[in-house]
Design a protein around this ligand. Sequence first.
Ligand code: HAM
Length: 438
Amino acid sequence: MSGKTINHIKGMPDLLPSKKDAKTAEDKAQSSDKIPATILWQFVEQHIRNLVQEYAYDEIRTPILEDTNLFKRSVGEVTDIVEKEMYTFTRGEQSLSLRPEGTASCVRACIEHSLIRNGQQQRLWYIGPMFRAEEPQQGRYRQFYQLGVELFGVEGSEADAEQIIMMHELWRRLNISQFIKLEINSLGTVAERAEYKTKLIAYFAAHIDSLDEDSKRRLNTNPLRILDSKNPKLQELIAKAPTLLEHLGDESVAHFNKFKSILDSVGIAYTVNTKIVRGLDYYSRTVYEWVTDELGSQSAVCAGGRYDSLVGQLGGADTPAVGFAMGIERLLLLVEKVNNVNKSLDAYFITQGDDANGQKIALANKIRTNCKNIKMQVHFGGGNFKKQFKKADASGAKLALIMGDDELQNNTVSIKFLREEKPQVTVSMTELVNYIGG
Ligand code: HAM
């Protein structure tokens, strides 16, 4: 057996307790050095959990692996995700795929378990890894985490607006509002889009020689996606193309106007960007993206919209729905610019003298019994008193708790304040609780 080490798969980074400096060129290329530490994940996830609860959403957890047909029928056969980016394999007779996103699984589960029977409203959220075989770079990974939020059973755009307000509040709580802007659009209904598609095909067909290979292929399968092209040579042609917004029916216009008026009424700024078509096929009416200039080309931090036809399309009763998903890594890259989150230990426990050293674990246990929830690290590995103090200081703990043979005999603990100019004190075990977490 060779002792060669095995590394993580490209684009599927480990999330580490502290941020690692890139040591090798390979590290840099894989961007795993750029991922913020797990302590920042916990900080952000706590904010997310609080917020979704405040807005009455319940958590759903679905498997990471699904029948490939689920994504073909929801995200769409002629999309980058399904055509190029899914991790798909066959097991027995069945084709399985690692989920590239969460909406499809969420809808499947709702239909399968009758969570949205008879137009019943349902508010669900999920967080977890998604998989897309894209070229990794800063903010873009092959395994990445999404927070997803989905609301079923409400047709009116007050639901769309409430989700925007909720995200806006999250940016505020995380101090990152200054980095994020909102762009919105409406894709109309399926029928309106079909009519528009005909006009768009005619427009691009008249300029067929200017199209690149990708766009030519999309012309008759998914012409709206041409609008999404990043090819600089196509930008002028795209800018002059007819817009879907000009082809909406009265109800779709009213839906969009109501949405905008609610955002106005709560003072949330937005721009209408008629080029937002989204890379997934299930959308209708409202679509939007929260974008940033801080992350290079990976500008979308959070994106979503309405998908009123998807439940019916996947075999459920017609149910309007609206939702969004946020890339947690991208969010964290913004959060770490302004939030300094440190490991917050209450105490570091050290002992001195043969008796106390010998009983270290039992003594630490006594402290934990007296001070419920104390966040305390016990010193392991011996060393003289000075060395133990150094470790206590480096741990980031607020207090060093010391037990020598005197303390052991008197049932007391000595407290050294590591972050404040205060003289050391010796207190009884029961008094100790007053110094913790304060
Ligand atoms: P999406 O736009 O494909 O939408 O992804 C949502 C977010 O996931 C993106 O805005 C981005 O922040 C993040 N993301 C996507 N791909 C990657 C990647 N390779 N690496 C890192 N982050 C990434 C959806 O997935 C829809 N299911 C959203 C939705 C929910 N619509 C309605 N409900």
